[in-house]
Write a protein that binds this ligand. Structure first.
Ligand code: GLN
Length: 547
């Protein structure tokens, strides 16, 4: 259980906080702006972390629909969180925990539990101070042991749900030393029909912020292009900030370019100056440069990968797209992802599948789209196309093998067909015995023992154990393992009686993982199964990069 408000908290610890709010509309890329600022501070030698505040009433993102919210990102401690946390982990190169995702559900649940336990000693329990105290405590806890903590408030200033958070941040700033806290407001600067950059929406959202008692220190304008000097001046005048504190964050092709973009505007230098960090920062010439090197390298080859999923939305499989990109960066190839709808598998989709250089079947829940996923696995297996199956993609590979090689007609996962004659994917007996509601999820980082001399071992560079993140409920049914293995499907990674990695010998690259390696992939530290997959694709095909 987390500790209670820290009355001994000492603001002179000198830890720095950057609060990031958004104006005008959501989906502006506040998170990427914040993560990019963080990356530059990291390059300058600081220990940086981040907190994402999600003002919704859900306790976590675990039950949220990827179609509305994008993927559920999984942390090493098993936290199921908003995909922005994934961006922070990738940009900052850190591992976060559930503490770094504050939701209204978590906060209220905690306060109400304390109320029931009689901890408030008969007081009236209120949003201010009890909820706001809890919010502040969570932020301080997440920032422990770091130099700078970015705190992003989801949603837009003025949303009813966001109010307690903005009030908490106001109090927070009041309690800290003035030079330790910065407010950054990220807003939209649209073009008018005659091509003029319009600042009125920004003016309004700053006004809204000020009416809650918050004055931004920095304003970042999201725009198609860089902000014109006059636009910056106008925002400065009406927003009551110096002109040097107004920055552009124009559209870029790839979000990895955002750190370079905001650096070119001088955002990092300004932040360090204002937070009194300039003296401690590494001199410009000595800063870490890997990010720039990665982002600016030119790919000399290109591959096309089919991603066979049920959500026609890149965000629903964000970490997989990212992991493929990281593997591509590692090998200097551009990875183009072709979307294949597993629900339809209509002619056009089948064509995209058969035209691809490699096939990835991602995770998923429920039966929709599983038939198309099975078709994709079978095609990859029979045609010798490199295959990477992740979680459900691993399970579907088992089902395909059982049906078409072991000749276990209609074999299936009991998640999808509870009455199948051959439940090759099922809950383990102990899950049936000990858990209600058909088994709880296996979440977060767990070890897998890798069998030497296998493709898995090669992919993981000879390591005997890998630690990857999980999010699943069903497992390979132990009763079928012997038969599947006898027919040539090898389980080369295991965690006791749980099958974690599968592979086929007579195939250029056929690898399935019960875990989700995509969540640990980072730019400059690509996930091994993804690199192995890209290597296998490269061995078979490469395409010219169009100039
Ligand atoms: N639905 C499957 C399970 O619960 C797979 C989960 C996933 O792909 N993340 O085991």
């Amino acid at each position: 259980m987390p500790t209670e408000p820290d009355t001994d908290y000492d603001p002179s610890l000198g830890r720095k906080f950057i609060f990031v709010t958004g104006g005008v509309m959501s989906g502006l890329g506040k998170g990427i702006t914040a993560a990019s600022t963080g990356r530059l501070l990291k390059n300058a030698g600081f220990d940086v972390t981040a907190v994402k505040i999600d003002p919704y009433l859900n306790v976590d993102a675990g039950t949220m629909n990827p179609y509305q919210h994008g993927e559920v990102y999984v942390l090493k401690d098993g936290g199921e969180v908003d995909l922005d946390l994934g961006n922070y982990e990738r940009f900052l190169g850190v591992d976060m925990t559930s503490t770094h995702n504050v939701t209204t559900g978590k906060t209220y649940q905690h306060v109400i539990e304390k109320e029931r336990a009689g901890d408030y000693l008969g007081k009236t329990v209120q949003i201010i101070p009890h909820v706001t105290d809890d919010i502040k405590r969570r932020i301080r806890e997440a920032a422990e042991g770091t130099d700078v903590c970015l705190v992003e408030v989801g949603g837009t200033v003025g949303d009813i749900e966001g109010m307690p958070y903005l009030e908490a941040l106001r109090q927070f700033a009041h309690e800290e030393n003035e030079e330790d806290v910065l407010f950054t407001h990220v807003t939209l600067v649209p073009y008018s029909k005659n091509g003029e950059q319009k600042t009125k929406p920004t003016q309004h959202s700053i006004k809204e912020l000020r009416s809650i008692g918050l004055q931004p220190d920095i304003v970042v304008g999201r725009c198609d292009d860089r902000l014109e000097p006059e636009t910056k001046e106008k925002i400065a005048l009406f927003g009551d900030v110096p002109t040097e504190a107004v920055f552009s964050n124009p559209d870029v092709e790839d979000i990895y370019e955002v750190p370079l973009m905001v650096e070119s505007e001088g955002l990092d230098e300004y932040v360090m100056e204002r937070l009194g960090l300039a003296g401690e920062a590494l001199p410009a010439g000595e800063r870490k440069n890997e990010w720039r090197e990665l982002v600016t390298q030119e790919a000399d080859r290109k591959i096309d990968v089919a991603l066979v999923g049920k959500y026609a939305l890149e965000d629903a499989y964000l970490s997989i797209h990212e992991a493929l990109k990281h593997a591509g960066l590692e090998r200097n190839v551009e990875v183009n992802v072709r979307w294949v709808d597993s629900d339809e598998m209509a002619a056009a989709h089948k064509e995209r599948l058969t035209g691809a250089d490699g096939i990835v079947v991602p995770g998923g829940f429920g039966s929709r789209g599983t038939r198309g996923k099975l078709e994709a696995v079978r095609y990859a297996r029979e045609e010798g196309v490199p295959y990477l199956g992740l979680c459900l993609g691993f399970q579907m590979a088992v089902v395909d093998y059982a049906r078409h090689v072991c000749e276990l007609a209609d074999a299936h996962s009991t998640e999808i067909d509870p009455d199948t004659a051959h439940p090759v994917i099922d809950l383990l007996p102990e899950q049936y015995e000990t858990e209600d509601m058909g088994g709880t999820m296996r979440l977060g980082a767990h070890d897998t023992d890798i069998q030497p001399g296998t493709l898995a071992s090669e992919v993981y560079g000879g390591a005997k154990v890998c630690t990857e993140r999980h999010r699943h409920r069903y497992e390979v049914n132990p009763e079928y393992i012997q038969q599947l293995e006898a027919e040539g499907l090898a389980f080369s990674g295991r965690a006791k009686n749980r099958m974690e990695i599968l592979e086929l010998e007579d195939h250029p690259f056929f690898l399935g993982t019960q875990f989700h390696p995509e969540f640990r992939s980072r730019p400059g530290r690509a996930s091994p199964p993804f690199v192995g997959f890209v290597d296998a694709v490269l061995e078979r095909t490469t395409r010219e990069v169009e100039a």
